[in-house]
Design a protein around this ligand. Sequence first.
Ligand SMILES: [Fe+2]
Length: 360
Amino acid sequence: MNYKNYPMVSRVVFGRGSFNQLGDIIAPERLNRKAPFIFLVDDVFKGNSDLTSRIPLAYDDQLLYISAEQEPKTSQVDELVESIILTHKDRPSGIIGIGGGTILDLAKAVAIMLTNEGEAKNYQGWDLVKNPAIYHVGIPTISGTGAEVSRTTILTGPERKLGINSDYTPFDQVILDPELTKDVPKDQWFYTGMDCFVHCIESLNGTYLNAFSQSYGEKALELCKEIFIEDNLSEEESADKLMMASWHGGMSIAYSQVGVAHAMSYGLGYLLGIKHGVGNCIVFEHLEDYYPEGVALYKAMRKKHNIKIPQGICADLHDDEFDIMIDVALSLEPLWENAIGKNWKQVITRNKLKALYQKM
Ligand SMILES: [Fe+2]
């Protein structure tokens, strides 16, 4: 047995208002005393001076607003890297992502691709990155994806939706300031929170489970129950706890894997552009055969918060389109092996997946 030797986020700050410390935190990392920091910021914050006025711009620092309407693409990473190289004489001092999973993943990928040759699509997979990334900071403004703590950056490429999984992917610095999540719309809060919940269920019910993953997964699940089922938390306590649930859920899958919901949600994301959080919910509605207790709990949470899940999204698809989604889902072999076991290919057939997709 060869155990994996994983890097983790090197530094983390937690606390309401900790975002104010960003300038002090990054100042010592500035290269050549003036090389720019590039801030990738979710464009929902455009015109939100409460946040933008606190972004510590200096020298040639650049602020790029990025839409999270669509999930990140390898081509988008390549374009960002090229524009940064063309705009600045110096290699940047660092990349700072301020937003949800999409922006955090973009920040990680851009930091990697500034020091690695070629196109981002060539690095989708496991341990293909050769050179360390430049300094990169993640500041989540919505909780649940675990992107702030993970060793991957999920990108949609021309051929697949797959992460750049590498030792150079994790952030050098994360700032966890739950205050930044206060304006998240309720649906989005639920979908992204459920990403965390699904991480817990898939990790805790997987064949890869071990005490490391279990300890994080159980804590995250306990927090999810407090937040989404029990009803004794103030808004602030709930936001604080969801930020830590996201962290623990992400840590739980670091040393195991996700499972059926993620594999199938990637298919929906690749073909239909369905975003990850809501995609997980759409799939999870139909996974009672795989995760009976988890699905029952999920449905109770969805009802309690009166959240609508899109239905009939596969109603008009053709056979070749189902095939594309099935191919994407089945290509994620570690997810299936975790969910089902080594013999998963005998259990999971194309017809089974098609029948599930047809219900969605
Ligand atoms: Fe996820």
